[in-house]
Design a protein around this ligand. Structure first.
Ligand code: PXL
Length: 277
């Protein structure tokens, strides 16, 4: 099989294990070529640190995209995450127009916030831009906070429980046109996982695993990267969600056991071997 190639459009945060510093090693371990198009360079991610640097790379993005287009590079998937400015939403839309072929898988992680709060660098205009951009996706991977923003309802009013989460993924599917994987779904104490709707089979379900009662930054990025890798390796959606849920659980369990700080992300490097086939 030809090595699948992904264009990964996220920020690169030098310290803290999220976005590209998670997507690149995970996709490589899964046998996928990851071509990064960084949206911004930050010294650390924006959660749990203060005083981080932020170099906006918006101007560089269309130049890099134009060079890739001149080389006739093709991608089996385009995978986007944390975006750095409102103008970038339009640039990413242009990128889709240039590089999206009939079989290209478009995976959008609508990174905007967590725990009911919006990330400090995201403006209401950017959230609206993300909602619009997400309409083009084949697959979106919101957490509960992002699902509320996409639905335009207050976080506190999100439905919960099995039927609530399944309702959310169906509502977000745009009448079955896109697949939705909702992370952070917990229907019973001590369990957590993801609810999904698959636009190919119309299947929907919740896949849960044991919950380690500890939170870390970057778990959403680990989840979406494994999901992307699994779908590109040919897994069906239910199996891909299962792989992502299991790997995040493994990472969180190890990081909690090592008593590492939540701001440093999950200690995934020693576990990458689990992703190698
Ligand atoms: O994990 C999502 C993410 C990505 N990129 C940056 C972030 C965060 C979450 O805090 O700050 C820069």
């Amino acid at each position: 099989m030809m090595t699948p190639r992904v264009a990964a459009i996220h920020d690169i945060s030098g310290f803290g294990r999220c976005s590209l510093t998670v997507a690149m090693p995970i996709l490589s371990a899964m046998g996928i070529q990851c071509c990064p198009l960084p949206t911004a360079y930050l010294s650390t991610h924006t959660g749990g640190f203060t005083g981080f640097t932020f170099a906006d790379l918006t101007d560089e993005m269309p130049l890099a995209a134009a060079h890739w287009a001149s080389l006739r590079i093709q991608f089996q998937a385009i995978y986007t995450g944390f975006l750095g400015s409102s103008r970038q939403m339009k640039i990413v839309e242009d990128f889709f127009e240039t590089f999206r072929l009939p079989d290209t898988l478009l995976i959008i992680d609508p990174v905007m916030g967590d725990d009911g709060k919006i990330y400090t660098t995201y403006t209401p205009e950017m959230c609206e831009g993300m909602r619009r951009l997400s309409q083009q996706a084949d697959v979106i991977t919101p957490n509960l906070t992002e699902a509320a923003l996409l639905l335009g309802i207050p976080y506190a009013e999100l439905p919960s429980g099995r039927s609530g989460f399944l309702d959310i993924v169906q509502q977000l599917s745009l009448d079955g046109k896109r697949s939705v994987v909702l992370t952070g779904a917990s229907t019973r104490p001590n369990y957590i996982g993801a609810a999904y709707f698959d636009s190919k089979t119309y299947k929907y379900d919740i896949i849960e695993t044991r919950r380690t009662p500890k939170e870390f930054y970057g778990t959403g990025d680990v989840f979406a990267s494994v999901l992307t890798g699994a779908l590109l390796r040919g897994s069906e959606m239910d199996d891909a969600v299962r792989q992502a849920v299991n790997f995040v659980q493994l990472c969180v369990e190890r990081t909690a056991a090592e008593e590492l700080p939540m701001s440093e992300g999950v200690d995934f490097e020693p576990l990458l071997r689990h992703l190698i086939k």
